[in-house]
Design a protein around this ligand. Structure first.
Ligand SMILES: [Zn+2]
Length: 322
């Protein structure tokens, strides 16, 4: 049973909005594009492993918490790709979607990747990462007087990746091996260590401790193009708003829905609140009346009266255009 579903990361949403609004000749464009590709690739790897879980039918009662995030008592953050909870054992997964040949050097705490062209790169060792998470989970369990074995594993989502040297005692395997590894762990820990009631209360405690700790990209707001961006040609000159329609000067594409896409970006990059004045500044509209009409069409919930009125942009603003 899935207790926390994996959500589309906010970091990716923000990077998509930045890339839509940062001119391609800006010196920082490539940096954000690189960040986006890496994060997107990682997320796709996580989804690949989630799909594998869906295919695994277990009789053992269990809970899955995907992309679990929390802060420990020292104030540092934990992002655990997947937690599997059962009465017999707990399994923590770190998911890597990396290509090439991977080498885990236990002595030097090094994690190296060699690519086809023989370039070697060093990454933060995922074993250290997952062991740190295991300490957190153990601390929480001990406080609740629960003692369940904790297993850790690194799952490689890319089937073409070659797993080279690795520590003997650490589970590192391709996603296709997940079913078999989980079944082996069930055989390794055949007896329930806690009752189902205790398991549920442990899960509830973890859910209560959940908080959004995703590290979000930093950016210079003044570098971003304001207004409605043409979804047809992506011109860095914003669309012009006349008589209820946005029109692109470059390709003549017209859109009534550009308001929703723009407010979606506005919410992610500037503020979740907007006022009539801000609408005029952002879209380059002079008339208060036209700005009001646009806000009405967006159908936003408003607070306050007259000049102080502000509107809340919901996180599903894009759905409203459908
Ligand atoms: Zn256009």
């Amino acid at each position: 049973m899935i207790s926390i579903e994996r959500k589309y990361p906010k970091k990716l949403l923000i990077l998509e909005s930045i890339l839509r609004r940062l001119p391609q000749d800006n010196p920082e464009y490539e940096k954000y594009l690189r960040q986006y590709k890496i994060a997107k690739h990682g997320y796709e790897g996580e989804l690949r492993v989630d799909r594998e879980w869906k295919d695994i039918q277990l009789e053992l009662k269990h809970f899955l918490l995907h992309s679990y995030q929390t802060i420990n008592e020292h104030g540092t953050i934990h992002q655990i790709d997947t937690i599997f909870l059962s009465c017999q054992f707990v399994l923590l997964l770190e998911i890597k979607n990396i290509s090439g040949t991977l080498v885990f050097d236990e002595d030097k705490y090094q994690f190296l990747r060699t690519q086809v062209d023989n370039t070697i790169e060093s990454f933060y060792n995922p074993i250290d990462q997952i062991e740190r998470h295991a300490i957190l989970i153990k601390t929480i369990m001990n406080k609740m007087d629960l003692y369940i074995p904790i297993e850790i594993a690194i799952v490689i989502a890319n089937s073409a990746t070659i797993i080279g040297v690795k520590p003997r005692d650490t589970l590192i395997f391709h996603v296709s091996g997940l079913r078999s590894k989980v079944n082996k762990l069930i055989l390794k820990h055949p007896k329930p260590r806690i009752t189902l009631e205790q398991l549920v209360s442990f899960k509830e405690t973890l859910l209560e401790m959940y908080c959004d700790v995703e590290l979000l990209p930093k950016f210079e707001k003044s570098n971003l193009v304001k207004g409605a961006i043409c979804s047809n040609c992506n011109s860095s000159v914003p669309m012009k708003y006349t008589r209820g329609v946005f029109c692109c000067n470059r390709c003549n594409f017209t859109s009534r829905n550009a308001i929703f896409e723009s407010l979606h970006d506005y919410r992610l990059l500037f503020d979740e609140w907007i006022t009539n004045n801000r609408v005029r500044q952002f879209f380059g509209i002079e008339s208060i009346y036209s700005a009001n009409k646009l806000l009405k069409r967006a159908n936003l919930v408003s607070y306050g009266n007259n000049r102080g009125r502000k509107y809340l942009i919901p996180n599903d603003i894009l759905e409203k255009s459908k």
